[in-house]
Design a protein around this ligand. Structure first.
Ligand code: ASP
Length: 438
């Protein structure tokens, strides 16, 4: 049995958290591999080390001294080391980094990666595990994708049968330079490590006891999700739920490795288990697995008589968006109209050029643009073949006086997506939650 574990920034924030991580690892012999993030916030007013690293780099780029910020970074790690009595020379490495930074020899990605690097060095020394640097096994292709075959082989060579700690978030480019994933990317490293070693489970340790059915800032005490499929999770993450980095799902899903989200501050809680599918019975109270949403969409609606009968017209409309490099999130359509839902911040810089091009391309009867739209998604694999779910959603919203501006359902019936005005966003989520969750 092998469990690959990943500990996020809040689990690495101070010496007290390191002790919790050690206790979690020591309580189960199967937990032999740990991927760690940079130190996160210790309290709401605190700073994430990764943010400070980016800040330092930006200072030096503009020729402004970053010494006080650099000092905040070094002192955080040195404090953890000294509180835990770990024997490790960090000072020499920090001094070397600062020298190269001042000489503008450190790229932004390399600088950002140092948070995970120092976390992993410290944690490995604290646990007595071997340190495996991510540059020795996470290999990027020139286009920024990961060469999984090469990476998996390298990690197997370095980590199989051993107890190791490896930093999350970064790897190496073919030219030897350091490259990071996008923010939150240590989740991806953990997933790659689990896939490389064919682990029995990938445990992602964070500061919440799994995924909740809705945002707790909107719904009071939402139920936790005990079990969810990879597909449902992807939909929820895409719809706006802030859970895992989207890129973390693919490597474990491909190898059918269950992913378990756990809480470092409440290790007895089983958290959320994510798998391909579950054998459990259909629970009539759990038709919907979760609800998520995003605000601030714009909806362009194009009216043209007989639009759906015209061959190639959708392609021509979408090619305008492609030309301007704008991706469309939803495309609900009627007989004489089609709508394009696009995040407002992505659309605004190109809006007038896009409207002019659509005008020229298809000569529509009319085009309207509505801003301040929220898109809410109800996700649940049990909605499939179950009549009446959307009816129930729309009846509940109607009773609450919430006007629906757009409706869409994915062809796999895994989700129902609808648009409401921004002002109705929170209420729509609450109404939906309360009408489905008893
Ligand atoms: N430390 C990085 C960030 O703050 C990566 C991670 O924690 O996953 O985004």
């Amino acid at each position: 049995m092998l469990k690959v574990t990943k500990f996020g920034g809040s689990s690495m924030a101070d010496a007290g958290q390191y002790i919790k991580v050690r206790d979690i690892l020591m309580s189960d012999k199967a937990r032999q591999v740990a991927i760690v993030s940079a130190a996160g916030k210790r309290n709401s007013g605190d700073h994430k080390i990764t943010d400070l690293l980016y800040l330092c780099h930006a200072h030096t780029q503009y020729g402004v001294a970053c010494d006080p910020v650099f000092e905040m970074i070094t002192s955080r790690y040195i404090e953890i080391r000294d509180e835990l009595g770990i024997q490790l020379d960090l000072e020499t490495e920090f001094a070397e980094l600062k020298k190269r930074l001042d000489a503008k020899q450190v790229t932004q990605d390399e600088m950002a990666s140092r948070g995970e690097y120092f976390s992993a060095k410290l944690m490995a020394a604290f646990l007595g595990f071997e340190f495996v640097d991510a540059v020795d096994w996470v290999f990027f292709n020139i286009d920024g994708t990961v060469d999984t075959e090469k990476s998996y082989k390298a990690f197997c060579d370095k980590a199989k049968g051993k107890c190791v700690v490896t930093p999350g978030f970064y790897g190496v480019m073919p030219d030897g330079s350091i490259r990071t994933f996008s923010r939150g990317g240590s989740d991806i490293t953990g997933s790659l490590a689990a896939a490389a070693l064919d682990a029995d489970v990938y445990e992602n340790w964070t500061d919440v006891s799994g995924i909740l059915m809705a945002d707790p800032r909107i719904v009071e005490n939402p139920h936790p999700i005990a079990e969810i499929t990879y597909e449902e999770l992807r939909e929820l993450a895409y719809a706006g739920a802030n859970v895992l980095h989207e890129g973390a799902i693919y490597p474990v899903r491909k190898k059918n490795i269950p992913l378990n989200i756990r809480n470092t501050n409440d290790p007895a809680n089983p958290g959320t288990m994510i798998k391909k599918h579950f054998e459990t019975e259909v629970d009539p109270h759990r038709i919907i697995t979760g609800i998520a949403g995003k605000k601030d969409f714009s909806i362009i609606t194009i009216f043209k008589r007989g639009l759906t009968n015209q061959v190639g017209i959708l392609r021509r409309i979408l090619s305008v968006l492609e030309k301007h490099g704008v991706s469309v999130e939803f495309v609900p359509n009627g007989m004489d109209n089609v709508s394009l839902a696009i995040p407002t911040d992505k659309l605004t810089p190109h809006l007038y050029a896009i409207l002019a091009d659509i005008q020229q391309e298809i000569a529509p009867d009319n085009i309207t643009v509505h801003d301040q739209i929220s898109v809410i998604t109800a996700v649940g694999h049990q909605m499939k073949f179950r009549p009446g779910v959307s009816g129930k959603i729309f009846a509940a919203l109607g009773q609450a006086g919430i006007n629906i501006r757009m409706i869409n359902q994915g062809p796999d019936e895994l989700n129902i997506i609808f648009g409401v005005e921004n002002k109705d966003f929170a209420e729509a989520i609450r109404v939906l939650y309360n009408s489905f969750i008893k």
